[in-house]
Design a protein around this ligand. Structure first.
Ligand code: 5RP
Length: 241
């Protein structure tokens, strides 16, 4: 089974958690896109939900699929957000932002009662950091921000190259919020909550891709079937296929 089929399987399992009347956060990326498409099928069959997209790409996908949208200005809380991730560790902390949507993804996750992360099982790691950590920054004063980031990394016990993300056309990648992303190649983040706090304290950092304590459930699809891991219980709770 190829990677894309695994991503769709994880998304299909998450759809089972969606009930009529729910207010949903809609994630970004190739796995979350499967969820949006499957949700669209359910909506066309009569399911009544409303969604808040985490990026302009997801907004366009959701509208194309016929999903009714709203904003966090119009509703106060979401029942559930379903999103992908770049890495997830056994405490359900994650790295996100490979698709550049980390800021809206984190705002939506923080406004949600539950967050389900859906992924193929290659994203499950013992320690975060092999995937470069995306840090969304203000372009003004970039060098000063990067120096502050280097100090935070040293204090947090990590180090590594920082690369300003480029788009496919070779220009600097610009987020939906008009910011830039610095990808930090740290390899091994031994204390992710501490590093998250250190990065939060830097003025030029808008947000970073460490999602600490946000995911409540992870659905992993692999060649052996689907594993569902719940926060606070690293044992595998559900296994099928
Ligand atoms: C976007 C993200 C994505 O959820 C993450 O990059 C995973 O993407 P994919 O499902 O395509 O592997 O954080 O900002």
């Amino acid at each position: 089974m190829n990677m894309d089929e695994l991503k769709r399987q994880a998304a299909a399992r998450a759809i089972e958690q969606v009930d009529n009347g729910m207010r949903l956060g809609l994630g970004t990326g190739s796995t979350a896109k499967h969820f949006v498409e499957l949700l669209g099928e359910r909506v066309r069959a009569g399911l009544d939900v409303v969604g808040v997209p985490t990026s302009e790409v997801t907004r366009a996908d959701a509208l194309r699929c016929g999903i009714r949208l709203t904003t966090l200005d119009d509703i106060d809380r979401l029942d559930l957000v379903v999103d992908g991730a770049d890495e997830i560790d056994p405490t359900l902390n994650a790295i996100k932002g490979g698709g550049g949507a980390l800021l809206r993804e984190k705002i939506v996750a923080a406004a949600s009662d539950r967050m389900i992360v859906i992924a193929d099982d290659s994203k499950w790691v013992a320690t975060l950091g092999r995937f470069p950590l995306p840090v969304e920054v203000i372009p003004f004063g970039l060098a000063a921000t990067q120096r502050a980031m280097a100090r935070a990394f040293a204090e947090g016990g990590v180090s590594g190259q920082m690369v300003v993300r480029k788009a496919k056309d070779g220009h600097v990648f610009v987020t939906d919020g008009g910011h830039w992303i610095v990808d930090a190649h740290l390899e091994r983040i031994t204390d992710a909550p501490r590093l998250a706090g250190l990065l939060n304290a830097i003025p030029g950092v808008v947000e970073h891709g460490l999602f600490i304590g946000l995911a409540s459930t992870v659905i992993l699809a692999g060649s052996q079937g689907i594993r569902v891991v719940e926060r606070g219980n690293t044992a595998i709770l559900g296994e099928t296929e």
